[in-house]
Design a protein around this ligand. Structure first.
Ligand code: TRP
Length: 771
């Protein structure tokens, strides 16, 4: 680009290199015009003329070209100053940026232009570009197609690279809009500078290399891509999946085998191809002689073979852009033809007038251009109200062809006229590409996505679901709660019924059973021993009847703990506390009776005291009975009013359902325990008073001791009971029952059994009475 500082006449823009592809397009225009001029049907008796300008794909050069056509060589013979314009229409520009400039210049003169390659969505704006037509689909369709492609293949982590022009800017804008609300996120956006700058390009490549996004969508043309790719190939970046925009997806400059390792697999949407039968032959007719004043040509003799030297020029197998040029020329020719066919009096202009064939105004041609509809090789060509044409793309995939060079393989199509969702048709089996590009791998069932603060939504962490919650799909956003009575499995992928727990015959249950059976057997054994030695001193002295009562009660106590094992039912719940409390009450009442007797017996030794009369066997039984009765009444009230019932405890451990007996009324429960406690304390106090009384075998001592143990056990039980959950509370209670029963059994009967069985010589009245 020349430097323009308005202090001297700007030098001409220098174009770099030669673009064989664009040259082919220009030749195609010549061919089309020649065809029309020779045609007997289209514009007979008229000859189209044309001028071709090289814009070098720069807006500034395009602007100069446009101005120079309009101005002519000098002001005097400027064509614009002499009536109707000889310039009726412009074909071009190629790039949107150039088209914009040219369209703005042509606008005041209302000269229509038909672009064959400017796809920018911005050009659809009829207010800004009222004379603009094109035979290429609007990029809105292309970005929609690319977005659908990315979504279809779950390429959710993409980089965007664009050239510094309207085309790139609007396409990226459009793509971002299309990607909104999809799963696809953009990792980075980069811009190749207008004037290629290696430093900047290397920075872009560094971004590409370090990003985990493997898919790079590039909106750019081959002109700026060429230096970029040349540098790219020196950078040793691998694994990139290019998504090429229509501007370069069919650029044959990149088909050389040296590009294959870097560009193989590239995918993109190519514009519709067509067939121009005479193009191939026509292109070969170029000869340096025809451009005798072109300084680029002196090195050519005219004998060179075009096929080998410029494959990009001769690539005519499936013209796409060239075909657009061809269509554009024909569109203008047909419009002009229609204009000339106008019947005076039924024309489209004021007062039904027609255009004058000798003095056609460009805006009149525009009118016909807007209406034109014709057929080329079976394809319908027309323009919609915005000057756009039918959206149709081929999906092209760059695959290795014969000789290692790249071939464009058609792997599908995008037809914008189809209903939404049905536009994209892909033959996946034909595709060759890098199929994965995600920022984060998907979250498996059992976990959920957790977005990372400040990062795009495609980058997330997977967090396992909390216990009790599940996710059964990949990429779940949330874990859902399991329904009541269900809990998550270990993988958090399904809800399974909660484990139901209660005290059963597992190790704990078996231990309890064994202990209680052993206890019961021991008691029975003691019973048998006592029964057998019923006539010996020690049994008789110690109130044998009460001893048997106690042993009986203890047996029941031991067996009571068995009721606590097993699934709680309506009946077992009612039985549990009541059975144990009544037997315990009974047992302690007996011990109480005994204590009273001991106390009374010794007090009675004093003269004049006949207290023993009041404590005969009958009275003893009555005391025992009434003491137990109180407990029975409490229990009965409890059972009638608020009986214990089986319940499901889901709070203690949320992953389990614990089956337990709810006490129904805690007041009753504590009353029952309290009554036992009360009895035990009373017993303890009385026994304590009697402990010092004479006699070698004063039972009061052992009763004191046994009550101490008893109270200790139950005092320890209370906190353990309160803090244990369901089934363990049962176990604790059951152990407390067993422990206290054992305590009583041992304290009360072990010494006696010892004497009975091992020290029979001490089992005499004299010995027992002591001094
Ligand atoms: N579709 C592109 C556009 O509208 C095609 C194109 C042609 C292009 N020449 C270009 C893009 C030069 C960028 C630069 O612009």
């Amino acid at each position: 680009m020349p430097d323009i500082n308005f202090t001297y006449r700007p030098p001409p823009v220098m174009c770099n290199g030669f673009d064989p592809r664009a040259f082919r397009w220009a030749q195609t225009m010549r061919l089309a015009v020649e065809e029309i001029n020779q045609s007997a049907e289209l514009l007979p008796n008229y000859t189209l003329g044309y001028k071709i300008f090289d814009s070098c794909a720069y807006p500034l050069t395009g602007q100069r070209a446009a101005l120079s056509v309009l101005n002519g060589l000098s002001e005097d013979n400027s064509p614009m100053c002499s009536g109707a314009s000889p310039l009726l229409a412009v074909i071009g520009e190629s790039g949107s940026a150039q088209s914009i400039v040219v369209s703005r210049i042509l606008q005041p003169f209302r000269i229509p232009m038909v672009s064959y390659f400017s796809s920018c969505a911005c050009l659809t704006d009829r207010r800004n570009y009222p004379t603009f037509f094109r035979v290429i689909p609007n990029d809105d369709y292309q970005v929609k197609a690319i977005a659908q492609l990315l979504v279809r293949f779950n390429l959710t982590w993409v980089g965007l690279v664009r050239g510094d022009h309207e085309y790139g800017r609007f396409a990226v804008q459009g793509l971002l809009r299309e990607l909104q609300g999809t799963e696809v996120c953009v990792a980075y956006q980069e811009m190749i500078p207008l004037l290629y700058n290696r430093q900047r390009a290397l920075e872009i490549m560094q971004v590409m290399r370090s990003s985990s996004a493997k898919v790079v969508v590039v909106f750019s043309a081959e002109g700026e891509m060429t230096p970029f790719l040349r540098d790219y190939m020196t950078q040793n970046i691998t694994g990139i999946q290019w998504v090429a925009s229509e501007a370069w997806v069919t650029a044959s400059v990149f088909t050389g085998s040296e590009y294959y390792p870097y560009l193989g697999g590239t995918i993109g949407f190519g514009i519709r191809k067509g067939h121009i039968s005479s193009l191939s032959d026509y292109l070969q007719t170029v000869n340096p002689q025809r451009y005798s004043n072109n300084i680029l040509l002196p090195p050519c003799s005219g004998e060179e073979s075009l096929l080998e030297q410029h494959s990009a020029y001769m690539n005519t197998s499936s013209p796409r852009v060239a075909y657009n040029v061809y269509k554009a020329v024909y569109a203008i020719a047909h419009s002009l033809h229609n204009l000339l066919l106008c019947q005076p009096g039924s024309g489209p202009f004021q007062n039904n007038s027609c255009a004058q064939s000798k003095n056609i105004h460009p805006w009149q041609l525009q009118h016909y251009l807007q209406e034109v509809a014709f057929n080329i090789a079976g394809e319908e060509v027309n323009f919609d109200l915005k000057g756009d044409s039918i959206p149709y793309y081929d999906i092209l995939n760059w695959q290795r062809g014969t000789g290692g060079s790249i071939e464009f393989v058609n792997v599908g199509l995008f037809d914008g006229t189809k209903p939404a969702g049905k536009e994209l048709v892909i033959q996946e089996d034909k595709m060759m590409w890098v199929p994965v590009s995600v920022c984060s791998n998907s979250c498996l069932p059992g976990s959920r996505k957790a977005v990372r603060r400040g990062e795009p939504v495609c980058c997330f962490d997977c967090v396992p679901c909390d216990s009790g919650k599940i996710s059964n799909q990949t990429n779940s956003i949330e874990c859902t709660f399991c329904p009541e009575d269900f809990w998550s499995n270990n993988d958090r992928t399904a809800c399974i019924p909660k484990k139901v727990e209660f005290l059963t015959y597992d190790s704990l249950g078996i231990a309890l059973t064994v202990i209680s059976v052993v206890g019961a057997c021991l008691t029975i054994a003691v019973f048998v021993v006592f029964f057998h030695y019923i006539n010996t001193a020690i049994v008789r002295v110690n109130n044998s009847e009460l001893s048997f009562f106690i042993l009986f009660a203890l047996t029941l106590c031991f067996l009571c703990s068995l009721v606590f094992i097993g699934e709680p039912t309506y009946w077992s719940c009612m039985l549990r506390h009541t059975a144990f409390s009544i037997t315990f009450s009974f047992c302690i009442s007996c011990i109480l009776g005994k204590t009273l007797v001991v106390l009374a017996a010794f007090t009675a030794t004093r003269p004049g005291n006949n207290i023993m009369k009041w404590l005969g066997p009958k009275q003893q039984r009555a005391i025992i009975f009434s003491c137990t009765l109180i407990q029975v009444v409490i229990c009965a009230t409890w059972l009638i009013d608020a009986p214990p019932f089986p319940s499901r405890n889901t709070h203690y451990e949320i992953s389990k359902i614990i089956l337990e007996c709810s006490v129904g009324s805690s007041l009753a429960f504590w009353c029952v325990l309290g009554y036992i406690g009360l009895q035990a304390c009373l017993c303890f106090v009385l026994a304590f008073l009697a402990r010092k009384l004479p006699g070698n075998f004063n039972e009061a001592k052992v009763i004191t001791f046994s009550m101490l143990i008893f109270c200790a056990v139950w005092l320890a039980f209370i906190p353990a009971y309160i803090s244990s959950p369901g089934n363990y509370a049962d176990a604790v209670e059951s152990f407390a029952i067993l422990a206290s029963s054992f305590g009583l059994l041992f304290c009360l009967f072990a010494p006696k059994c010892y004497i009975i069985l091992l020290k029979p010589e001490k089992n005499t009245k004299q010995h027992l009475m002591g001094k």
